[in-house]
Design a binder for this molecule. Structure first.
Ligand SMILES: NC(=O)c1ccc[n+]([C@@H]2O[C@H](COP(=O)([O-])OP(=O)(O)OC[C@H]3O[C@@H](n4cnc5c(N)ncnc54)[C@H](OP(=O)(O)O)[C@@H]3O)[C@@H](O)[C@H]2O)c1
Length: 350
C-alpha cells in the first residue's frame, strides 16, 4: 500500500508553485502533510489545499525535517543553497530549476519518456526545461518508432515562462498601450514613447506587448542562448543520445500562458504523416489536434490549464525529397506539463 508522504514546496507562491499545490490536489497525490515555503515576503500568506488554509512559511535550513519529498521552484540559486539541507534530512528534492540538470548522477526525467532513470537518484531528481519536456512528450515516441536523426525546433514561448512577473508585465504594458493610443496606426507610432512612460520592464529586456523577440536567457559564445542550448543538451541526456543532432531558435511571444513549438524532424527511414499520427494517437499525454481544414491545430489558449501536449499540422517536409522528414506543431502548458505536472508525476514514480 502507498504510504502518504510529507511534502514541501519551496517557491509555493510563484507561478509554478501555485500550480504544484493545485496539481497535488487534482491528482489526489497521497499527501500526509504539506509545507508551503517561500521568501520572507510571503511568510504568513494563506493558501488553500483540499479546502483547508495552509500558512506559507519562510524557507530555511530546518524546513525539511520530517519531509519525504521537496518540490523546488524558487530559482537555481535557492535550489543550490538548500540542496544539502534537503538531502541531509533524508528527503528527495525534485528540482524545477536548471541548477543540477546536466550534473552526472542527477536523473533528468520526463515520466512518459525515461521513467526508469528516476530510480538512480542520490537525493536529487531534476525536472527538465519546460520547452524540452513539451517537445519530448511528442517526439520521444516517434524517435522510438522511426529513429530520429535530426531535430530543428523554433519556439513560441509565452510570457508566463518568466513567472508571475512575466505575466504581469505583458498585462500592464498591454493596458498602458491600449489606454494611451487611439487606433492601430497611433499604437504603432507611439509604441516606444508610451512604454517609456510605464514601469521599466523587469521580467524582459524587450517590450512584450504586441511584440516578439528571439532572446530567452543569456547568449553564449556560439551565438545560441542558454534556453536554446537547454533544448539541445537536455534532449540528448533524456533520450540517452549524446550525439543527437538538435538545433533550436527560442522566441518569446505575447501569449499569456503555454509554449508552442514548430518542429522539423528527420528520421532514419521514410515516414508518412499517417504513421506519425498512428504513433501519437497511442502516446501518453499527447492529444492530436490535427484537422487544419476544420481549423483544428494546437494553440496555447487550448493547451492552457491542461497536462497534455497538443500536436498537429503533421505533414511531410516537402524540402526533404527522400520522405524522411516530418513537420509538426505542438503546444503545451509549461507551468503544468513543463513544470508542476511533470514534477508531481516524478514524485508519483517514487
Ligand atoms: N515559469 C515557468 O514556465 C517555469 C517552467 C519550468 C520551470 N520553471 C522554474 O521554476 C522556478 C520558479 O519559476 P516561477 O516562474 O514560478 O517564478 P516566480 O513566479 O517568480 O516564483 C518564484 C517563487 O520562488 C520564491 N522565492 C524567490 N526567492 C526566494 C528565496 N530567496 N527564498 C525562498 N523563496 C524564494 C518566491 O517567493 P515570494 O513569493 O516570497 O517572492 C516565489 O514563490 C525557476 O527556477 C524557473 O526556472 C519555471
Amino acid at each position: 500500500m502507498k504510504r502518504p508522504l510529507h511534502v514541501a514546496i519551496a517557491g509555493a507562491t510563484g507561478a509554478v508553485g501555485v500550480e504544484m499545490v493545485k496539481t497535488l490536489e487534482s491528482r489526489n497525490f497521497p499527501v500526509a502533510s504539506l509545507k508551503l515555503l517561500a521568501s520572507a515576503r510571503s511568510a504568513g500568506k494563506k493558501v488553500k489545499f483540499r479546502g483547508e488554509d495552509v500558512t506559507v512559511e519562510e524557507l530555511g535550513e530546518k524546513s525539511f525535517e520530517g519531509v519525504d519529498v521537496a518540490l523546488f521552484s524558487a530559482g537555481a540559486g535557492v535550489s543550490k543553497q538548500y540542496r544539502e539541507a534537503v538531502v541531509r534530512s533524508g528527503a528527495v528534492m525534485i528540482d524545477n530549476s536548471s541548477a543540477f540538470r546536466m550534473e552526472d548522477g542527477v536523473p533528468l526525467v520526463v515520466p512518459e519518456v525515461n521513467p526508469e532513470d528516476a530510480k538512480n537518484h542520490h537525493g536529487v531528481i531534476a525536472n527538465p526545461n519546460c520547452t524540452t519536456i513539451i517537445m519530448l512528450v511528442a517526439v520521444a515516441p516517434l524517435h522510438r518508432a522511426f529513429g530520429l536523426k535530426r531535430l530543428v525546433a523554433s519556439t513560441y514561448q509565452s510570457a508566463s515562462g518568466a513567472g508571475a512577473k512575466g505575466m504581469n508585465e505583458l498585462l500592464s504594458q498591454t493596458k498602458a498601450l491600449l489606454a494611451a493610443a487611439n487606433g492601430m496606426d497611433e499604437l504603432a507610432e507611439r509604441y516606444r514613447d508610451v512604454l517609456s512612460r510605464v514601469d521599466p520592464p523587469s521580467a524582459f529586456a524587450d517590450p512584450i506587448a504586441f511584440n516578439v523577440f528571439p532572446h530567452i536567457d543569456v547568449f553564449g559564445p556560439n551565438g545560441y542562448s542558454k534556453e536554446e542550448m537547454k533544448m539541445v543538451n537536455e534532449t540528448r541526456k533524456i533520450l540517452h543520445e549524446p550525439a543527437m543532432r538538435v538545433t533550436c531558435t527560442s522566441v518569446r511571444v505575447p501569449a499569456l500562458r503555454a509554449h508552442s513549438e514548430s518542429l522539423n524532424l528527420e528520421f532514419s527511414r521514410k515516414v508518412t504523416p499517417e504513421e506519425v499520427r498512428k504513433v501519437l494517437a497511442d502516446a501518453p499525454d499527447v492529444i492530436l489536434r490535427d484537422d487544419p481544414a476544420a481549423g483544428v491545430y494546437p494553440m496555447p489558449v487550448d493547451a492552457s490549464g491542461h497536462g497534455e501536449v497538443l500536436v498537429g499540422r503533421i505533414r511531410s517536409d516537402l524540402s526533404n525529397p527522400d520522405g524522411t522528414g516530418i513537420e509538426m506543431f505542438v503546444s503545451g502548458d509549461q507551468l503544468l506539463k513543463g513544470a508542476a505536472f511533470n514534477a508531481v508525476q516524478i514524485a508519483e514514480l517514487l
